[in-house]
Design a protein around this ligand. Structure first.
Ligand code: PLP
Length: 403
């Protein structure tokens, strides 16, 4: 399937340092198929206007395309109600929305906020700030050396009570998929809300958010083969009912008087100002493109290639692959004995190979693993076994030059 798919991604035919690009950084951001670029171009050229505001033809077309994208997202999330799907600028903004709006309304002095220790800074810092504002306590949920949450410790932490539990669907630092449904059921049994960071988990199969047990679920368009500047926050109706508006301004109101303002129903209530119209249309196109490829085929392809990557890494002398738990999304974090990950990344770059190096915006996760940084190779729908072979050959070059 992959030659035909790769041919649809113009960025993948780039050369870097005179070599063909090997893209192993899909977890940071994914390249875009022509279907997405075309959808945005066509919308800009033929159907562009501000949405929800005009009576003229272009406003009608733009609004239909924007709301069509919302319907695409609702289908992707497991046929949820479109009214529960709010467009944001990305996972970070979605998570800030929940921490600011829901958190500031519901956290009290002494409330406990349980956040996974493996999580991305976007899932930790907004809650750290919300906890500070409320006088609440931020508590880390520990994980094991396999990058799996320690459910016994988690159960003990819940016994002390929790207002909210924040956990990713899958770890961007190590690739493990967390037992969200189980963790959510445990959280709900003590009355806690569950916020799920789906930035990585949503990319490798449609997340059936309601079945996962999430109260809030956040994702970013750019990791899902869509554009930057667009993300999603889904919440259960009862969780939305408990969430006041986050940003205030045009579009999100019903009526404004100097004596007071009333707000529109959701989703408009949470989409103040002109939204990222073309970006939402691009995200809708990305979801339709993925559906066209077929999720079963994508999952089978990525599962096979992940096994190939992990087996290949195990053959590299002096390489330690970190956080080996299962199930996994298609990425691996590793270190080479005696060589700093940034140096690994720089030598690989000269070979045309793009990997991510550093703390992956998850410093507490790295610290708990006793590392400051790793090299991360991540795969996606466009990846092929040749990318993995190139990585292994590139790591041999790293060893020759720096080892
Ligand atoms: N959460 C996780 C698990 C991520 O991997 C990322 C991005 O790398 C984010 C949150 C933040 O996403 P964004 O930068 O698109 O807001």
């Amino acid at each position: 399937m992959n030659d035909a798919i790769r041919a649809q991604f113009p960025a993948l035919s780039a050369t870097v340092h005179g070599r063909p690009l090997v893209w192993l950084d899909s977890a940071a951001t994914a390249h875009k198929p022509m279907a997405v670029l075309d959808a945005m171009n066509v919308a800009a050229a033929t159907s562009y206007a501000n949405v929800h505001r005009g009576v003229h033809e272009l406003a009608v077309r733009a609004t239909a395309a924007y709301e069509g994208a919302r319907a695409d997202v609702a289908r992707f999330l497991g046929d949820v109600d479109v009214r529960d799907v709010v467009f944001t600028r990305g996972t970070t903004e979605s998570l800030n929305l929940v921490a600011r709006a829901w958190g500031d309304r519901h956290l009290r002095a002494g409330s406990r906020v349980l956040v996974g220790q493996m999580e991305h800074h976007s899932a930790i810092v907004p809650w750290q700030e919300a906890a500070k504002r409320a006088g609440a306590e931020l508590v880390a949920i520990p994980f094991t050396a396999d990058a799996v949450y320690d459910l016994e410790r988690y159960a003990q932490l819940l016994e002390g009570g929790a207002a909210v539990v924040v956990v990713a669907h899958a770890s961007n630092a190590f690739g493990t998929v967390h037992p969200v449904a189980k963790m959510a059921a445990m959280a709900h049994s003590v009355g806690a809300k569950v916020v799920v960071d789906g930035a990585q988990g949503a990319v490798h199969g449609p997340p059936r958010v309601a079945e996962l047990g999430a109260d809030f679920y956040a994702l970013s368009g750019h990791k899902l083969y869509g554009p930057t500047g667009i993300g999603v926050l889904w919440a259960r109706p009862d969780a939305w009912e408990e969430t006041p508006p986050f940003l205030h301004g045009g579009e999100m109101i019903r009526s404004v008087r100097f004596s007071g303002t009333t707000y529109a129903d959701r989703p408009a209530r949470y989409e103040a100002g002109t939204p990222p119209i073309l970006e939402a249309i691009g995200l809708g196109a990305a979801i339709r493109w993925l559906e066209g490829v077929g999720w079963n085929a994508i999952v089978a392809h990525e599962t096979g290639l992940t096994a190939y990557l992990l087996d290949a890494l195990d053959t590299v002398p002096g390489l330690t692959w970190i956080g080996r738990g299962a199930p996994r999304v298609p990425l691996a974090s590793f270190v080479l004995d005696g060589i700093h990950p940034h140096d690994v990344g720089s030598v690989l770059d000269r070979e045309g190979i793009a990997v991510r190096t550093g703390h992956h915006c998850a410093q507490p996760a790295m610290e708990a693993m006793g590392r400051v940084a790793t090299t991360r190779a991540s795969l996606g729908v466009t990846s092929v076994p040749g990318d993995v072979d190139a990585l292994v050959a590139g790591l041999a070059v790293v060893r020759r030059r720096l080892g």
